[in-house]
Design a protein. Structure first.
Length: 309
């Protein structure tokens, strides 16, 4: 068996010696390209471990400018739901808002608001024309949860705006009418989107958040080299996962190579990270398969036992 010759170092074995600097911390640019298409404002990505990253941490990571990778130790449906929670947690303009019909029950609205931690839902008719909105204020003191939404929602003097309104004008309307949600409609009054005061406030509070082109937080998800891998990939792509991570302990293997190629063949636009590897040959191997980014390092964490024989 070939043996390594020479000194081997890992992170804890190396210290950086401080030196004179003319650069202030506030002037340092630490933006990082995770892939050619994904830019992070801080060079941090959370581990796709079941004790580390689900929606809550992924939201926190993206708000600070990094990205969280939702672990795969759950059902396909559960993982897709975790990703969807992150993608729906913040928006500039919500272009695909949840909505209910007037025939739904109050309990349906409460369940939806609880699951996604939202405080209101637009109500539309069978032609998707906006006819009302139901918010926490409408149901806070409601005791009959079997009541139809039509009897509880706000429908009089409903404030709306056209779908192409600027964020500044939307904020002015919300301030003028003292509302927290502004439904957007097309010329025929069908629902086009939604702007919330919380999303505007979050944009101000987290100016360095890592977001996609529609101002949604970035999030990734792990997949394994398994028989149902493509079913998982299909579900994750459907909920707008920004990056897929083919996550294995030994990335320099034919199974990982084939997995990356299979994903890229079906979803050429998908951003794919593959790993983990520990050699230059391993990096080249996965890059040739089509990986947009390669994870380097096997078991360097202080509590990790992957490389213990």
């Amino acid at each position: 068996m070939e043996k390594f010759i020479g000194e081997g170092l890992t992170f804890d074995d190396v210290l950086l010696i401080p030196a004179k600097s003319d650069v202030l911390p506030k002037d340092v640019d630490i933006t990082t390209n995770l892939t050619k298409k994904i830019k992070l404002n801080i060079p941090l990505m959370s581990a796709s471990m079941d004790t580390v990253t689900e929606a809550r941490l992924a939201v926190a990571m993206a708000r600070e400018g990094g990205i969280g990778i939702i672990h795969k130790n759950m059902s396909i449906e559960e993982q897709a739901l975790e990703v969807d929670k992150v993608k729906r947690s913040e928006h500039g303009v919500i272009t695909d808002p949840f909505f209910l019909s007037p025939e739904h029950l109050v309990e349906d609205a409460l369940e939806l608001m609880s699951r996604y931690r939202i405080s209101g839902v637009p109500i539309v008719d069978e032609d998707r024309k906006l006819i009302g909105i139901i918010t926490n204020r409408d149901v806070r003191f409601e005791t009959d949860l079997k009541k139809k939404i039509n009897e509880a929602m706000t429908k009089e003097s409903l404030i709306t705006a056209q779908e192409d309104i600027s964020m500044e004008d939307a904020l002015s309307i919300m301030k003028k009418h003292k509302i927290e949600k502004l439904p957007l409609v097309y010329e025929d009054d069908t629902l086009a989107g939604l702007i919330t005061i919380k999303d505007i406030e979050k944009s101000i509070k987290y100016p360095d958040a890592a977001k996609d082109k529609k101002s949604r937080l970035l999030v990734g998800a792990a997949v394994g080299v398994t028989s149902d891998m493509m079913d998982r990939v299909d579900a994750l792509m459907k909920v707008k996962t920004d990056v897929l991570v083919v996550d294995t302990a030994h990335g320099h293997s034919q199974g990982v190579y084939d997995a990356v190629k299979q994903i890229k063949e079906k979803y050429p636009e998908a951003q794919v990270i593959a790993g983990n590897v520990a050699t230059p040959e391993g990096v080249r191997f996965l890059a040739e398969a089509g990986a947009d980014c390669v994870k380097v390092g096997i078991g360097p964490g202080s509590i990790c036992t992957t490389r213990v024989v």
